[in-house]
Design a binder for this molecule. Structure first.
Ligand code: AMP
Length: 196
């Protein structure tokens, strides 16, 4: 099912893993701004060097840079019929930028999925991942900063999208397979009931 969907959740909610699997089921590309940045960092591009200086401290890469990256990526052929955005938008400014990117092409979002995980579970999940993936931004101090930033900058997006009637909350607790089944069922149900 092709659709334009955003997946939002706190760091450590399992968004990246779920986004890839869910996108495959829906036959749309999963677009992760964090992953695009990490790819630039490993290739040592100019953008990578810039992004790294923010990411290593758990700060957001400046909006102009991130918005331009998303505009380019959404303009690619595979994203025209639908996409699953993971990690963008992350603040109210980026919501407006995304609205502009889409409306310039006469498009709109179909659904915004909030993957919810209790605060108490997040730090443990992220520290476990740090051991597995060796991400530079998964130290305890940086994680705490990213969680605080999520509450301050990203959580307010939920009321914006709730007011638009396109917000769907999905429980992110459980095994990867359980969460994927729940996400897929609840999202497809939502998309069927709320055709644009
Ligand atoms: P993620 O993989 O989504 O956890 O992103 C890793 C890091 O990349 C974040 O902590 C930010 O530093 C940066 N990043 C990812 N997406 C964005 C965004 N939409 N705006 C600004 N910075 C971002």
């Amino acid at each position: 099912m092709k659709a334009r969907v955003i997946l939002i959740g706190p760091p450590g909610a399992g968004k990246g893993t779920q986004a890839k699997m869910l996108a495959e089921k829906l036959d749309i590309p999963a677009i992760s701004t964090g992953e695009i940045f990490r790819s630039h960092i490993s290739r040592r591009t100019e953008l990578g060097v810039l992004a790294q200086s923010y990411i290593k401290n758990g700060n957001l890469v400046p909006d102009e840079v991130t918005d331009a990256l998303v505009r380019d990526r959404l303009g690619e052929a595979d994203a025209v019929a639908g996409f699953l955005l993971d990690g963008y938008p992350r603040n109210v400014h980026q919501v407006e930028a995304l609205d502009a990117i889409l409306s310039d092409s006469g498009l709109a979002l179909d659904a915004v999925v909030e993957l919810t995980v209790p605060d108490g579970d997040i730090m443990g999940r992220l520290l476990r991942r740090a051991g597995l993936e060796n991400r530079a931004d998964d130290t305890e101090e940086v994680i705490a900063h990213r969680i605080a930033l999520y509450h301050r900058e990203t959580e307010p997006l939920m009321s914006v999208y709730r007011e638009r009637g396109i917000l769907l909350n999905v429980d992110g607790r459980g095994t990867i397979a359980e969460v994927l089944t729940r996400l897929t069922e609840e999202l497809t149900d939502f998309l069927c009931k709320n055709p644009l």
